[in-house]
Design a binder for this molecule. Sequence first.
Ligand code: ZN
Length: 291
Amino acid sequence: MPLVAGVELGGTKCVCILGTGPDDVRVIERVPTTSPAETLTAIEAVLDGWRGFVALGIPSFGPVGIDRTAPDWGHITATTKPGWSGTDIAPRLAARYDVPVGFDTDVVGAALAEARWGAAQGLADLAYVTIGTGVGVGLIADGKPLSGLTHAELGHIRPRRLAGDVFPGMCSFHGDCVEGLASGPAIAARAGKPGDQLAADDLAWVSVADAIAQLCHILVLTGVPRRIVFGGGVAVGTPHLLPRVRAALVDSLGSYGNLALLGDLDAFIVPAALGDRAGPLGAILLGQAAL
Ligand code: ZN
């Protein structure tokens, strides 16, 4: 496999990686995410010291411009992260290193890595859902990121609310979208303490699982994913969450035909396998795909 440099752009840190795959990671360096100018300069200082890479892959927090024909390709677009809206990422690094650049969302990068080396090995069609600081969905169809006008933003769909649930939600755009109901900050706001301190039988989990199940309901109805892989701190750190989501998904879909197609739900809705490595390994795959 060709040697690739990758940069996973995260909300609190960026991970720079040089390698060809999980068995051949030559260097990993982390850079704190501060201002765009400071962060990109620090990333360039790392990459400037590397030799021999023939492509660059960049999975980034979003939203981002992924249409290669559009002027905002490779930029962070209207993010809520202060100072980062409109930041040029990929064009800047492409010009500096003069190599092909693959650029996509962080969840698409993680989805590619889980499909190649993780919890969805061998599957060409999958969804990767992160439940953490935010809620994001990366969709892969026929082995490639599924996109058109732009990338999916399915963390912001509006679920039908459970009867009697009056929590207004936390999303600054929509209130009670899935991110506004099920992200780590939303759980903490609803329950008064973080999810990792909440009892497994706390009623908050019923609402959280229901919102996530409705996201799964929609993913199933797209007809695309053969598996849904869950990553992110909330999903990974809450062992009772996915069993609840599977049960709520069955209730939500009812006897509709697609449910039979899904087979064993324990194998359809699964936890991620690569942990923190999914992002950097996804960066390598995005770079290799750009060649
Ligand atoms: Zn929202």
